[in-house]
Ligand binder design. Sequence first.
Ligand SMILES: [Zn+2]
Length: 161
Amino acid sequence: MSEIDRMLAANEQWAARFPGSKPVRPARKVAVVACMDSRMPLFGLLGLDVGDAHVIRNAGGVITEDVIRSLTVSQHLLGTREILLVHHTECGLQATDDRTFADRVEKATGRRPFWSVQAFTDVDDDVRTSIKQIQDCPYLISHKVRGTVYDVETGRLREVV
Ligand SMILES: [Zn+2]
């Protein structure tokens, strides 16, 4: 059985205990931007329930053009007004740098990405950069943003101030 078959089977159990539909607008008016890391079950670690929040994820939880697009939709169409950033310890993006990663992709595929992977070394600096990008974003209604680092060893969130 492939992993996808296992997930489709698991969905049968999910649907059997499905609590019912919720409004499209997030109940807690919050959007979370986080790394895609598999060790961060965001709804559980943030005490969120179905229908509470938008969760926007990518490698590193970096503020890309598409994250801005999603946050803009989240605020203008769906009423969110606060943004939480969740980066974490031992991120895969700390294990490379932009040039090394581009070299690797080019070597394997013959194509060099036109985009930057946005690798980083200091996770706190990376969070501060993301906070600044949100604060400077001209398309948002609310610039209420706070940033955190999740410790994958302890399960604790630490706010970056
Ligand atoms: Zn990560």
